[in-house]
Design a protein around this ligand. Structure first.
Ligand code: OFO
Length: 163
C-alpha cells in the first residue's frame, strides 16, 4: 500500500511524464515542418517512450492501492529557436526529470516504502541513458554545423536502435 506522500509524488510524476511526451511531440512536429524528418522521427519515438513512462506510473500507483490521477497538461511551446537550441532544451528537461525521479526515490526511502524504492530504480537507470543519448546528439550537432545537419538528420533515424 502506498502512503499518501508517495502516492502524491507518483501522481506528480504522472503529470511530468505526460507533459514530457507532449513536449517532445510538439518538438517533433516543429522539426517535421522544418523538413528534418530524422529529428522528427527521433522525437516522435521519444514522445511514445514518455507516454509509456506515464503509463508505468499509472499502473504502479493503481497496483499499489493508490488512485492514479490523469491530469490536464500545460501546452508545450510551438516554436523553437533552432534544432541545436531545441536539443539543449531536451537535455535541460531530462535533467529536470532526473531530479524529479530522485525526489520520488527519496520520498520512498523516507516513508520506508522499499517496494517503490526498488521499482523506481528502472527510471533512475533510464534517465542516465536518456541524458547521455541527448548529450550525444548535442555533441553531433555541434560538430556538424549548418551544412552537416542535413546528413546528421538522416543518421539520427538509426540512433533509436543504439539504446
Ligand atoms: Fe525521459 O523521462 Fe521519462 O522518465
Amino acid at each position: 500500500m502506498l502512503t499518501k506522500k508517495v502516492e502524491e509524488i507518483c501522481n506528480r510524476q504522472i503529470e511530468r511524464e505526460g507533459y514530457s511526451s507532449n513536449l517532445y511531440m510538439s518538438m517533433a512536429s516543429w522539426a517535421e515542418n522544418k523538413g528534418m524528418a530524422g529529428m522528427a522521427a527521433w522525437l516522435y519515438a521519444q514522445a511514445d517512450e514518455e507516454r509509456m513512462h506515464m503509463l508505468k506510473f499509472i499502473r504502479f500507483v493503481n497496483e499499489r492501492g493508490g488512485v492514479a490521477v490523469i491530469p490536464a497538461f500545460k501546452q508545450p511551446p510551438v516554436k523553437y529557436k533552432g534544432i541545436h537550441e531545441m536539443f539543449k532544451e531536451v537535455l535541460r528537461h531530462e535533467q529536470f526529470i532526473s531530479a524529479s525521479i530522485n525526489e520520488v526515490l527519496a520520498a520512498s526511502i523516507a516513508e520506508n516504502d522499499y517496494a517503490t524504492t526498488n521499482w523506481i530504480q528502472w527510471f533512475v537507470k533510464e534517465q542516465v541513458e536518456e541524458e547521455s543519448s541527448v548529450q550525444l546528439i548535442i555533441d553531433k550537432l555541434a560538430l556538424a554545423g549548418e551544412q552537416g545537419i542535413y546528413f546528421l538528420d538522416r543518421d539520427i533515424m538509426r540512433m533509436r536502435g543504439e539504446k
